[in-house]
Structure formats: C-alpha cells, structure tokens
Write a protein that binds this ligand. Structure first.
Ligand code: SF4
Length: 726
C-alpha cells in the first residue's frame, strides 16, 4: 500500500522516507529458550546469523565469564559463571564450520594476586581441560599471559591480552546478569576480563566524568570484531557474584553485533539500554541509536522473556544502611552503597562485609554500635561528626589519612587488604565480627550455594560439568543420628528423657506435596536394629514424620525419635526408597558422648535462663528480645554448641513447622566453623518473623557436641522457657 503526501502535484516526499527506512541497517539478534544441548544454541546462532561471517580459517578467541571462583566443593556457579554447556556447544558449532584454531581465555581475579591455582581449578572443574583433548583447543589464563598496552583515545591506555588481540574474532560468552555497579554485565562488559589487574583498577577511577562506564565503552575499540552469545540459562539478580539471587531462566541471546545483543540483553533484564551509560556511550561513539530501532529481534519476542532483575541491594532513604540492616534493627553503623570506584580486590570484600556485620549484631544483644562509619572505594568522603571511621583499602587510607573530618580513624591498609586486618579493624570499632568469618573466605560461596544446592530439576551441576550426572530424585543432603536427652521442667506429655534421634535433610525437597517422591526411609543399626520413618506430618505426639520448614522456604526434612531409650553405638545406614524405584544410601557411626551428658547433668541446676526486651531504639517500633543462658563452659564444664528455637504461644514444645526464630548454627557454621560454640545469648530480632506485642513465646536451647549435623553424637534439649513481649 502506498501513501502520498502531495506538495503541489508531486507525491515524492513520503516515497523518499520509505526509501530511507529501507536502507537503515538492522542488526539481527536471536532469542530462544534453552531446551536441549546443542540444538538450542544452534537455533539461536542460525536465527541471528551470528556465525555467518565465518569462513573456517579464523583464529577464534572464546571469552566466557568466570567472575569469581573458589576451590571449595559445591561452588555455586549458577548465574555467576558461563555454563560449560554453552561453552562446549559453541565449540561444537565452530568445529562444524571447520574452525581449527580456538582458544578459551579468562582472567579470574582472586584475593591473592599470586594465586594461579584457583583459575586452574576453575578450568579443570568446568571441563575446559577436557575440551582441550576432545576438540583440540587451547585454554589460557589471561593473567599468566603477556599484555600489550593500547591507546584507546581520551587519554586512556589499557593493557590487553595478546592472544585475544591476535585472534580474528572474539566470541564473548557472558552470563545474562545484572551488575551492582554497571547495571548489567553482558558481552561488552565481559571484555574487561581481557585486561590486566592494574588496568582493571584504572577503570574504577574516582573521576566522576571519565568513570567506570566511560572506560568500559573504550574496551572494544582496538579489539578484533566481537560476536555475542549471552548465556541466560541461569540469570543473576543483584549480580555479578554468588551473593546475588539466581533464577533458572533458560534464555539464549546471540548476535554478530555485540551492541545489539547487549541492548536486547539489557531489555530482557528490564532495563532501557538508554539507562546503561556505557552502552549509550558506545552507541553514540558508533553513530548508532541507543534504542532498539536498529535491531531486528528474531525468535522469541523480548516481551515474552523479559523478567526484571534488580541490580542493587536495597538501601534506606539516606543511603547509609542496607535495608536488610534496617529490617533487622541494626543501628550505630553506616555502610554506604559501594560506588563504581570500588575495584577488583575491595569489591570481593564489600559484598561480604554486610553479612559479617549482620552476624556481629547478635553479639551486641541489641545495643547500637558507637556511631561507626565504613567507607570504601576511591571517591567516598567521611561524614563529619562520626565517632569512628573505618577506611577500607589503601585508596581510602591514602585519600583520608589527614582528613580533619575524621575523629577516630581506623585504617585497613593494603591492596588487597588482608582478611585478618578487616576483623581487627572492626573489633577496634566495637563491631565484633566473628573471627572465623574472614579466615574462612574460601567457604563463603558454599554458604550461598545452599539456596540452590540440589534444587531438583532447577539448578543442575551438569550444566557446569557434564561428567556429573543429574539426580533423578531429590538427593539426601544430610543425615544425623544422635542420642537425645529431653530435659524438661514439667512432665512433657510423659515423654522419656533418653531417646534416639534420627534426621534426614533434603535441601532440594521443597513443599509438602513433594514428600510424595519418598516411599520409605529406614535407618538400620547394630544388632539388627531398624527405625522406620513415617511419611506423615511430624508432631510432638507422634514424634516421627516430616517437617515443612516454613522458616526456610518450606524445605522438607524428616525427624524421628525412638522413645525406647538411647541407641546402641555403631554404624547406622539410612536407606531412602523413592517411588520411582530408585534408592539412595548414607551412613554414619554413632559414638555416644557420655561425658557431655554427664557434664550437663552435673551442672544443669546452676544454669540460669533469662530474657530482656530491648528498649525501643530511636522510634523503631519493632520488638527485640535478648535470650540468655549460662553455658557449661562458663560453669567450668565442657565446650558445647548452642542453637536457639523460638515459636509462638506458651506451649511445652516448640513448633518446628512454624518457627519465629531459629539460630541455625548448623548452617552458619559453613561461614564460621566455630559458630554456636559456647554461645550464651541470642537476639530474637528476625526480620522475617517480627515479634508481636503483648504475646507469649516458647523458647529452648538445643545443646550439641558438634555444630555439624553429621557429627553430632549427643543432643540435649534444655527445659522450655517462655517470654512475653510488652
Ligand atoms: S584499595 Fe581497593 S579500591 Fe583501591 S585499588 Fe585496591 S582494590 Fe581498588
């Protein structure tokens, strides 16, 4: 159909516009859902024509994203690291096109600049070393290879990896994720892994105009052409690290045009590309529109896969405390959102510090800290009048060492900072960070990984190593068998003091209906002993069934008591039969810790229990109760681990299905191995389950001889206590 606008009698003006539209170059971007290995990637590559430029004789450099890595088992790579599935599928497609010269290269930063083992471990774990033999490719740690200084204009010089520079084409393989400093981290931002550490630090400049985003858009200027394949099998909200919130999103995006792929990727994550400064700069530099007017999306429309991902952790109105602090009533400390000047090493710390501070809050028993401020990066200034100012990192120390606005200066020198110095500095400020926290940095990812571990059919390790077989049934995470001593201040429904206690935990079994997967759980012990779990809702009377843990995303665990007395020592083998016909086993040795119980019985009459409701702090309407007890250690007895349980109402048992508070020392010990040891108080201030006014609560402390489920031999439930809020 033709439209004409006449000037005089001639219709050519509209005709001219149509011709102009037709010649505007459109860049094709493919979007597909991930469904099957090879097939899904092949489809998105074909739709987008991303590999159409290839002739077969090119040297290809694959740049996956391994932003962090840890050598501990169960590193949660979901949404943090490019899946090995997509890396391998890319290699297969390239091989089909006859490409012979393929290199995978990445430069993962670790806290110790001399540490090259962590990256080797990543390459091995992710299967890259196997790809070498299987496909005849090369794998390099960028940080171990030579760099070449390049002038990028605007007085910017950065050192680039020579292997990438010498290739004919770079394929950027980022994860579809948000980024706390740059909003989104996609194929262009992924190129930052090609520069050396001093160049990376340089990018996080304190200059407010030529800032990180300004540096980022210069990255591709002198690189070979870049093709983008964005891996959104797992996406990351509040990325880029493992402390974000991961989603199984099953999205693949590809284009031979990096900018178009990133504009589409940003849109899928819920951001207008115009609001992502480095993409805007890059578009402007290349005379391209920053909207999607020069992009042709093929495959799935953006709207059908768009899913907004927040990029930053929420903060209070004046930006001085994360909302999580506010919700938990943490006062007396200011911890501003780190800005885009915080780089490389410091950013590994700044995301973890709020967690360390949250745990330290418990030890204050609700007393605010003494007006402490923490500042970091290269640009922040201290707030005048603060009593104590912690300067995190050498840049802050250099900038503020003579700043008259600081009353008491607590510097944490170094780049990178030493973990033990962080603990020391916070202790000096009165913030008693658990000494284990920064001693145990390697283990922290495991703690975050628990949220995804064994999430059946959703977070599958085989995406990162196809030698790992996906479980076909919810796997067992932990078993526990211990002697159980029930101490009571009343007859407690006539339950015996001495019992046997059995537990089976499934992190990946969530919601009551999923108990249908379980047919039988049996524990076999010495001398033909058998304990059969029942597939029913546990209650205090039946003492045998599953708990639907509402405190913890409805995770299912099975708890059973043998009320015929203590168990025989020896090996206990748990057998879990599933309805699909499969069976799993796990066993452990029970070795009764009589000394532990004897010590408790000897000292129990000297144990005091108390609680106090904290005065309201500066108009905060919420209620905080501090519970306290005397530890055996304080009474010159044995060391023990203490976990607090609280539930609503005045009852002679704790409702495990609906806890108000649980001081979960068993999981927290992953972060801090000695957590719970001789712990003598716990602050009930949960942000998830606020306490109600004028209400009664029941609480008890569970004492164990270990804080690791599978090593507990003796569990004691101390007498139930009560508190009433005002
Ligand atoms: S001290 Fe921190 S902010 Fe400064 S250069 Fe080192 S890592 Fe970057």
């Amino acid at each position: 159909m033709l439209f004409y606008i006449y000037i005089g009698k001639k219709p050519y003006i509209i005709l001219f516009k149509i011709i102009k539209l037709n010649i505007m170059e459109k860049h094709r971007v493919g979007i597909t859902r991930y469904r099957k290995k090879i097939k899904s990637l092949r489809r998105v590559v074909e739709l987008s024509g991303a590999f159409n430029v290839l002739k077969g004789d090119e040297r290809i450099f694959l740049k996956p994203n391994i932003v962090f890595w840890s050598t501990v088992p169960d590193y949660p790579a979901y949404g943090v690291v490019t899946t090995s599935r997509i890396v391998e599928d890319t290699i297969i497609l390239l091989k089909e096109l006859g490409i012979k010269d393929i290199t995978i290269g990445e430069g993962t930063v670790t806290l110790d600049p001399k540490d090259i083992k962590t990256t080797q471990h990543a390459f091995e774990s992710l299967g890259y070393n196997r790809f070498k033999g299987k496909y005849g490719i090369k794998v390099i740690n960028v940080l171990e290879r030579p760099f070449k200084k390049l002038e990028l204009g605007d007085n910017i010089q950065l050192n680039f990896n020579v292997d990438a520079l010498n290739s004919d084409l770079i394929i950027s393989l980022p994860v579809l994720k948000t980024h706390s400093q740059a909003k989104v981290s996609l194929s262009l931002k992924n190129l930052k892994g090609l520069i050396d550490v001093p160049s990376r630090k340089k990018c996080h400049t304190p200059d407010t105009e030529k800032d990180l985003e300004f540096y980022l858009y210069h990255l591709p200027k002198k690189l070979p052409p870049v093709v983008a394949i964005i891996d959104g099998i797992f996406t990351n909200e509040r990325g880029p690290g493992y402390d974000g919130v991961m989603r199984r999103s099953n999205i693949l995006i590809a284009s031979s045009d990096m900018l178009s792929a990133d504009k589409v990727g940003a849109s899928v994550l819920g951001y207008d590309p115009l609001d992502v400064s480095y993409l805007s700069y890059f578009a402007q530099e290349n005379n391209r529109p920053i909207d999607l007017s020069d992009v042709e999306v093929v495959g799935k429309p953006i709207e059908s896969v768009r899913d907004h991902h927040e990029y930053q952790f929420a903060y209070n109105e004046d930006g001085t405390r994360p909302t999580a602090f506010v919700k938990q009533g943490i006062n007396g400390i200011s911890y501003r959102q780190y800005d885009n000047t915080t780089c490389t090493y410091c950013s590994l710390i700044t995301g973890l510090l709020p967690i360390a501070i949250t745990y330290a809050w418990d030890s204050t028993q609700g007393e605010p800290w003494d007006d402490v401020e923490v500042i970091m990066g290269k640009r922040m200034n201290p707030t005048p009048g603060k009593k104590k100012t912690i300067l995190l990192g050498q840049c802050m120390v250099n900038k503020h060492r003579n700043n008259p606005d600081i009353n008491e200066m607590i510097p944490i020198k170094g780049c990178p900072v030493k973990p033990e110095n962080i603990t020391k500095a916070f202790h000096q400020a009165g913030v008693k960070i658990h000494p284990d926290f920064f001693e145990n940095l390697e283990n922290i990812p495991r703690f975050f990984g628990l949220a995804y571990k064994n999430r059946f059919n959703e977070f599958q390790e085989s995406f990162f190593n196809d030698e790992i077989e996906d479980e076909t049934v919810p796997p067992i995470d932990n078993i526990s068998v211990s002697q159980f001593f029930l101490d009571t201040n009343k007859d407690s429904n006539g339950l015996p003091e001495k019992q046997g206690k059995f537990e089976v935990r499934f992190f990946g079994l969530v919601g009551e209906k999923n108990t249908n997967a379980i047919k039988n759980i049996t524990a076999e012990g010495p001398k033909g002993y058998e304990f059969h779990f029942k597939n029913q809702l546990f209650d205090n009377k039946n003492g045998n069934g599953y708990i639907v843990d509402n405190y913890n995303r409805q995770m299912i665990w099975y708890l059973g008591y043998d009320r015929n007395g203590f168990l025989e020592d020896g090996k206990y083998k748990f057998t879990i039969d599933y309805w699909n016909g499969e069976t799993r086993y796990k066993s452990r040795i029970l070795q009764t810790n009589n000394k532990f119980l004897e010590n408790y019985l000897k000292l129990k009459n000297k144990i005091d229990y108390s609680y106090e409701e904290k005065p309201k702090y500066m108009g905060d309407p919420r209620i905080y109760v501090n519970t306290k007890w005397t530890t055996l250690n304080k009474l010159k007895g044995v060391d023990a681990y203490y976990a607090l349980y609280v539930s609503k109402g005045r009852k002679d048992f704790i409702n495990l299905h609906d806890l108000t508070h649980f001081d979960n020392i068993y999981v927290t010990s992953i972060l801090m191995p000695s957590f719970g040891l001789n712990k003598s108080s716990a602050l009930v201030n949960t942000r998830w389950r606020p306490l109600n006014p004028d209400s009664e609560y029941s609480w008890l402390t569970e004492i164990c001889d270990s804080n690791s489920y599978s090593n507990i031999n003796m569990t004691i439930h101390q007498p139930i206590q009560y508190f009433k809020t005002n």
